[in-house]
Design a protein around this ligand. Structure first.
Ligand SMILES: *[C@@H]1O[C@H](CO)[C@@H](O)[C@H](O)[C@H]1NC(C)=O
Ligand SMILES: *[C@@H]1O[C@H](CO)[C@@H](O)[C@H](O)[C@H]1NC(C)=O
Ligand SMILES: *[C@@H]1O[C@H](CO)[C@@H](O)[C@H](O)[C@H]1NC(C)=O
Ligand SMILES: *[C@@H]1O[C@H](CO)[C@@H](O)[C@H](O)[C@H]1NC(C)=O
Length: 270
């Protein structure tokens, strides 16, 4: 019995010896048992860290990607908005241009209507407040005319008209010619000066614009001749002779307000 136990002990001792030898072999070449365990842990931690890093990188990447997508979307939206705004603005500009052109055309039309109406009012009431000429001046087309009530030399007549911001009458078209003829004027200076003596002319012949090239020189003297109107003729006379005269100037634009808002007198239109 005791033999058997001893054997078993021996066997056990043998195997533990073997184990010891085995363990001893491993230790002889490699690291001691405790440090070996730490290395494995570190490797595991490192791997875990790497994995974590990878996951983090992935998350970051996806965040970056979605953010990029959102931002690009926003940018595109902004771009579209900008383009639409630009389109709207240019449309608005065209619209405004059209509107202001329409307003301009309308105000021109309104001005024409007011002028026509004022001409009609003037025919019936020569001093109507819409008249674009000074008081007592006649109005024809777009000019104003006045006849002097006193006598002056030709040169003084020029100065007198000038003081009224006007000039001695020149007749350059048929419309003015007919208007002046209808007044049957006798002996009024015209804007014709510095002439050699000339026989009388029919007024119609004087319409040619070059006839009216007046030279307003200061040396108009008694050897020079100036033209005056006598009914439908033009005569020439010594410029120092004293005569009545006609001044003319451009009319102001007719005021729309004083024309369209004026009270139309009763009975005058029947
Ligand atoms: C451009 O005009 C259209 C139509 O008038 C309007 O519906 C739209 O809101 C405008 N866009 C912008 C950016 O103002
Ligand atoms: C502006 O006027 C032109 C022609 O005069 C027309 O073709 C265009 O449609 C108008 N635009 C607007 C915005 O009214
Ligand atoms: C005729 O000439 C006068 C200026 O002398 C001018 O005011 C008027 O508009 C002209 N008329 C025409 C039809 O050209
Ligand atoms: C002539 O014109 C000037 C300047 O335009 C003005 O000050 C003056 O009042 C005018 N004179 C007459 C009589 O219209």
């Amino acid at each position: 019995m005791s033999e058997e136990i001893t054997y078993a002990d021996l066997k056990f001792q043998d195997s533990s010896k073997k184990e010891n030898i085995h363990e001893f072999d491993g230790v002889g070449i490699k690291a001691p048992p405790a440090p070996f365990h730490g290395w494995r842990q570190r490797a595991l931690a490192l791997t875990l860290l790497c994995l974590l890093l990878l996951v983090g990188l992935g998350i970051l990447g996806s965040i970056f990607y979605t953010t990029l997508k959102i931002e690009t979307g926003k940018l595109n939206k902004m771009q579209n908005f900008k383009e639409e705004l630009q389109k709207n603005v240019s449309l608005q500009l065209i619209h405004n241009k059209n509107s202001s052109k329409m307003i301009r055309d309308l105000s021109i039309t309104l001005q024409e209507i007011a002028t026509k109406l004022c001409h009609e009012l003037y025919k019936r009431e020569p001093e109507h407040k819409c008249k674009p000429c000074p008081k007592a001046w006649m109005w024809h087309e777009d000019s104003c005319y006045t006849l002097s009530d006193h006598y002056e030399t030709w040169q003084k007549s020029v100065m007198f008209c000038s003081a009224q911001n006007a000039s001695l009458l020149t007749i350059k078209n048929k419309s003015v010619l007919e208007f002046i003829k209808s007044k049957k004027l006798r002996s009024y200076w015209l804007g014709l000066s510095n002439r050699e003596y000339q026989d009388y002319q029919n007024l119609d012949e004087t319409i040619i614009p070059s006839n009216w090239l007046t030279q307003r020189r200061n040396d108009v003297n008694d050897r020079m001749f100036c033209g005056y109107i006598n009914t439908q003729y033009v005569y020439y006379e010594d410029c120092t002779f004293r005569m009545k005269f006609i001044c003319e100037k451009l009319a102001n634009p007719v005021e729309v307000k004083s024309t369209l808002l004026s009270e139309i007198p009763d009975g005058k239109y029947s």
